[in-house]
Design a protein around this ligand. Sequence first.
Ligand code: MYA
Length: 423
Amino acid sequence: ANMLKNMNLADIMTGLAASGKNVKDMGAYKFWQTQPVPKFGEEGAKVEDGPLKMQKVEDIDKEPQPLVAGFEWVTVDLMDDGEIKEVYELLNGHYVEDDEAMFRFNYIPEVLRWAMMAPGWQRKYHIGVRASQSRKLVAFISAIPVQIRVRDKTFTSSEVNFLCVHKKLRGKRLAPVLIKEVTRISNLDGVWQGLYTAGVVLPRPVSTSRYYHRALNWKKLHACGFSPLPAGSKPEYQVRKYALPETTATKGLREMQDKDVDAVVGLLKRYLGRYNMAPEFAAEEARHWFLPKKDSKQVIWSYVVEDNGKITDFFSFFCVESSIIKNNDVLRVAYLFYYASEAGLSEPFDKPALKTRLNALINDALILAKRAKLDVFNALSLMDNALFLEQQKFGAGDGQLHYYLFNYRASPISGGVNAKNQL
Ligand code: MYA
């Protein structure tokens, strides 16, 4: 979870984007220094990957930590339209913003359900805090179970997301209490590892990637302050630079259907096997994450290439809106999700062939996103994205996304982490 925005050249040159921004001394992390996470300063140590702390379910507290007077724990029923609206409103007003407070994520209920009601979800992981008197929802945290592979080891972990504290309750150490509660609930289910992303630096990222942005609707991006007009350029030139054809070019490209699930799972398993850290999808999970729901607003777009009855390629992107704070409008932002291609799986590995293929596929993804009326297309500097970012006219943004593992020590991973957690 992090924000987006085209960074101007001056920031790149002054190094503002460097990952050093926001780093504190280990001792200043009053909460995180008590948790089973790797510490800054021990990066170099040669250690085997694995859990940091072993515990037993019977030793885990059966009750949550008490909250300060006037507040109480609740679980939120996301099936209930009224309750999901409360989560929507909390996040819409108080969730992640960019550094200059120009944009804030606007997770509509359809996206929240998609993200938090994935296979294996349980209501007890949709944890809220209410003010006892007013019943107002003032804080939230959630998790879903995922199978995550780090190098040659695969384990279940709680993927934590949507941590949010109402602006009026900030700085009161409520976030650590929420994090301990989602940990406790996971532990009672025998889950001992966590996976999460944040724009802020905490002890200690297992991987860090940068956001890149590709304009689809440059005029709108410029008008709302997302994309500056480069010095010496003219608006017409920018519009022409980002123009896209009306129709896709890849032969055999079509929307993914239910009948493709097994083929996509098989292809993804082989393709993601190339990376040091990636999720493992069961068929049911792939169905959930990739197939659009027919009866609600579209959140996810997935395409396959079929060649003589065989699925050779796959790509997907999802949409999360961002509110433009100054004028009540929204940006419709596409995020590149998972992809896979036989072109990356030849023996020996043929990098130029993969580069050519990914550029063709991503160009089609841009065309399809534009057709879906999305305004900008985001991708991270992970997986094989370096092979197409420049050629497809993505520009570096000012947002970083740090990947974290809870209670798992792993030597640092460069590139190729899972795309799912960018939600
Ligand atoms: S990332 C998105 C987080 N949400 C936002 O950024 C929305 C806007 N901001 C807020 O709502 C608040 O500022 C939040 C902090 C809630 C972020 N992840 O209560 P405090 C540490 C982890 O006084 P507040 C996402 O959702 C901070 O370093 N820790 O602060 C993934 C300090 O600790 P320390 C964070 O500003 C979340 C302490 O909190 C984050 O009122 C993954 C201060 O607490 C952050 N993003 O509230 C959570 N930001 O003293 C971890 C600040 O040590 C999951 N802090 O520096 C771990 C795995 C658990 C499952 C395990 C299973 C076994």
